[in-house]
Design a binder for this molecule. Structure first.
Ligand SMILES: O=P(O)(O)OC[C@H]1O[C@H](O[C@H]2O[C@H](CO)[C@@H](O)[C@H](O)[C@H]2O)[C@H](O)[C@@H](O)[C@@H]1O
Length: 247
């Protein structure tokens, strides 16, 4: 029902696809949130929709994720043209191109050891290691959120601004300060095929707000799940309606 009303709703009006650049978050936006990072399911028709979208917008399709780029590759293959991972730390401008990594502070290995030891005592929690930081997941043990937050805050405090605590969905992430999703959007929008187009960012989480702020500064549009699209499925239906010419 929602899908058939996009064309009538001015909130969802965007420029012709030939003048638009799409910068899309992954978890909770393109795909539904799953119990664990690796159990996410890419719906069969999503790859087809994104392929049509990329063709229609002259390759100006990027995924801007908190995940490492390699994980996005595992889920989406070479369907997106550009990928930014780890909240903007890593950027690949084109398929098969080099991954550019921002030069940022190195995380003390001691934190990782301490995190690993702590989580071993907290059933239901899990540690996700990234190149520049790590995530403390508590989706299966929500009662552990507070103890994990307090511990993570101590690490961040002792880093004297070099690292930050990123609130995430049922998780806390320790990540280096200095770049964010807004940085990734700005960098990508400087070069072809993105430059000169109107950016559209879609996301669902706190980390996406930097991307939204960046496109807003550039005169672009942003949409949020669930405020604009109640679920990733409705967002996917909007994308499908765009490529079908009904957006
Ligand atoms: O920026 P995103 O592409 O949205 O990635 C954000 C984080 O997503 C993953 O964690 C979240 O999604 C999992 C799968 O649905 C879920 O199990 C977990 O509770 C969520 O926090 C991923 O694991 C992180 O690395 C990303 O930063």
């Amino acid at each position: 029902m929602f899908g058939s009303s996009f064309a009538q709703d001015n909130r969802f009006k965007i420029p012709p696809l030939s003048q638009t650049a799409f910068l899309l978050d992954f978890d909770g936006t393109l795909v539904d949130i799953a119990p664990t990072p690796e159990s996410v399911v890419v719906p069969p028709d999503l790859l087809e929709t994104l392929t049509h979208l990329r063709n229609a917008c002259g390759d100006a399709l990027a995924i801007i994720s908190g995940r490492p780029i390699e994980q996005i590759d595992q889920f989406l293959g070479d369907v997106p043209f550009a990928v930014a991972g780890e909240h903007g730390v890593a950027i690949r401008h084109r398929p098969g191109g080099p991954v550019e990594r921002a030069v940022l502070p190195t995380m003390p290995q001691r934190w990782l050891v301490q995190a690993s030891d702590l989580l071993a005592t907290l059933p239901g929690t899990r540690l996700e290691h990234k190149q520049g930081g790590f995530v403390l997941h508590y989706r299966a043990a929500p009662e552990k959120a507070e103890v994990l937050r307090q511990t993570a805050e101590r690490w961040v405090r002792e880093s004297d601004g070099a690292f930050m605590l990123q609130p995430a969905k049922m998780a806390w992430e320790i990540r280096p300060t200095g770049v964010d999703k807004g940085y990734a959007v700005s960098v990508l929008m400087e070069t072809a095929p993105f430059a000169g187009r109107k950016p559209v960012f879609v996301g669902d989480d706190v980390t996406d707000e930097d991307g939204m702020a960046a496109v807003h500064r550039m005169g672009g549009d942003f949409f949020r799940i669930p405020a604009d699209f109640p679920t990733p499925a409705v967002f996917r239906a909007w994308l499908a309606s765009l490529v079908a010419g009904r957006g």
